[in-house]
Design a protein around this ligand. Structure first.
Ligand code: HEC
Length: 185
C-alpha cells in the first residue's frame, strides 16, 4: 500500500516536473539527466540488439559499397571521415557521434540495431525500413574501417567534405549520450 502510494507520488512528480525542464537542443542538460538518459539508452540498445556478428566479410568490395552508402546517407551529419565536424551549422543534443574510432564500444549486432532503428529523442534516424540488411552490414564494415583510413583515403574524403556545404562555426567536441562524457575520438 505504502509502496503503491510512493509510486503514484513519484509518477505525479515526474509529470509535473518533467515539462518544466529545458528540452532544447542548445541547452546543456544537468549531469543527472545526461547520465540517466545515457544509461537508459545504452541498456535499451544492449537489451534489444541481437548478438549477431557481421555476416559479411570485410572484403575491399564490401567496404567500398559501405562507404558509398555512408557518404550518401550518413556523412551529412557524421562527416565523410566520421569526425562529426560541423557540416550542418547546427547544434545537436546529444551531439552527433564521432564514428572516426569505429564505435568500438558497440558490437556488430548493436551497431546494426542503432542504424536500423535510430535512437528516439536524438537526431539519429532509423534506416532499416528503407535499406536492406546487406546495405546496413556493409556500412558497419565501413564504420569499422574508419579508424584505419589510409592517407590517400583521408585526402579523398576531405576533398568530398570540401564539396559539401561549409559553415564557419564548428560544434564543440561531440559527447554522445553513449560516450559517458568521454570524447569518442
Ligand atoms: C541527422 C543527423 C544524422 C544522420 C543523417 C545520421 N546520424 Fe548517426 N547519429 C546522430 C546523432 C545525433 C547521434 C548521437 C546519438 C546519441 O548519442 O544518443 C548518432 C549516433 C550514431 C551511432 C552511435 C554511435 C555512438 O557510439 O554514439 C551510430 C553507430 C551512427 N549514428 C551511425 C549512423 C549511420 C551509419 C548513419 C547513416 C546510415 C547515420 N548515423 C546517420 C545523427 C545522425
Amino acid at each position: 500500500m505504502v509502496v503503491c502510494a510512493c509510486a503514484i507520488a513519484a509518477a505525479g512528480a515526474l509529470v509535473v516536473i518533467a515539462p518544466q525542464l529545458n528540452f532544447t537542443a542548445r541547452a546543456t542538460p544537468s549531469w543527472l539527466e545526461t547520465r540517466l538518459a545515457g544509461y537508459v539508452l545504452r541498456r535499451a540498445v544492449r537489451n534489444h540488439a541481437a548478438a549477431q556478428p557481421n555476416p559479411l566479410p570485410a572484403t575491399a568490395e564490401n567496404i567500398k559499397a559501405g562507404e558509398h552508402e555512408y557518404l550518401e546517407h550518413c556523412a551529412v551529419c557524421h562527416a565523410p571521415d566520421g569526425s562529426a565536424r560541423d557540416l550542418l551549422g547546427a547544434d545537436f543534443f546529444p551531439p552527433i557521434a564521432r564514428l572516426a574510432r569505429g564505435a568500438p564500444s558497440w558490437s556488430d549486432g548493436e551497431l546494426y540495431y542503432i542504424i536500423a532503428n535510430g535512437i528516439r529523442y536524438t537526431g539519429m534516424p532509423g534506416f532499416g525500413q528503407r535499406h536492406d540488411p546487406g546495405e546496413i552490414w556493409k556500412m558497419i564494415l565501413w564504420i569499422r574501417h574508419l579508424p584505419h583510413l589510409t592517407a590517400q583515403e583521408k585526402a579523398e574524403l576531405n576533398q568530398r567534405g570540401e564539396c559539401m556545404p561549409q559553415h564557419e562555426q564548428h560544434s564543440p567536441a561531440p559527447l554522445s549520450y553513449f560516450s559517458r562524457g568521454k570524447r569518442l575520438a
